[in-house]
Design a protein around this ligand. Sequence first.
Ligand code: UDP
Length: 254
Amino acid sequence: MSGRVRLFGVEIDSIRMTEAVERIVEWCKSPQSQCRYVVTPNVDHTVLLQHDASLRAAYGDAAMVLADGWPVVLASRLLGKRLPERAPGSDLAPALFEVAEQFEQPLRVFLLGAAAGVGERAAVNIERRWPHVQITGVYSPPLGFEHDDDENQRILELIRQAAPQVLMVGLGAPKQEKWVHAHRDEISADAALCIGATIDFLAGEKSRAPNWMQRSGLEWLHRMASEPRRLCRRYARDAWVFPQLVWREWRTSH
Ligand code: UDP
């Protein structure tokens, strides 16, 4: 089994996307009582983690931690703890759907998150493009749902009834990681993937950066241009704090 590297206080799996997908398939074949979940740290999560103990706890109990952003991979190389490649949540979902084509039975998936109506549009697109994926449930929780016990129980019951193998959780960070962590004993799915805006991408609601931008590490620029009001301040803070984290890590390891 591939190892993990410790960076910025997080244990990150040193694996490629294909191996990550294989692992999730294995989880579906050998379910456990507790739902295993995947988180995908990018620069922003790494910065948030420094001052958020419950996000750190959620990361600590994740069954798989995949480096989402190229800066995290680049930093791992600068620090001599080489990660093989980035494995973003937005690529993980389609990569899993691709391998589902080889299964005897359709892969059962629940989409949790995104604005009202978006999950339904994503479901249509997914089932059209990957006929071996069956969307057994879709739900867009209302604002502030995470503080409402009744609503949380309702969501867990919806998931139970839909009996998915894989729960896609697109509630944004750090909400999605904390929600999955808090309810991991009650989520009836073999795997939960914390995947940010992926449901929007699959619905065609938001567009991902062109391939050349993804390959050259400029996906963040595309996202910032598409949501400048929300993301400008965040990226400015991250651009200030992340290099300091890299420097601190370098000093402690040299
Ligand atoms: N979202 C949601 N419920 C919430 C907050 C966010 O469903 O209470 C969804 C939102 O509609 C979008 C996704 O979470 O689909 C946000 O993903 P993104 O990766 O942009 O969030 P980030 O982690 O970057 O904040």
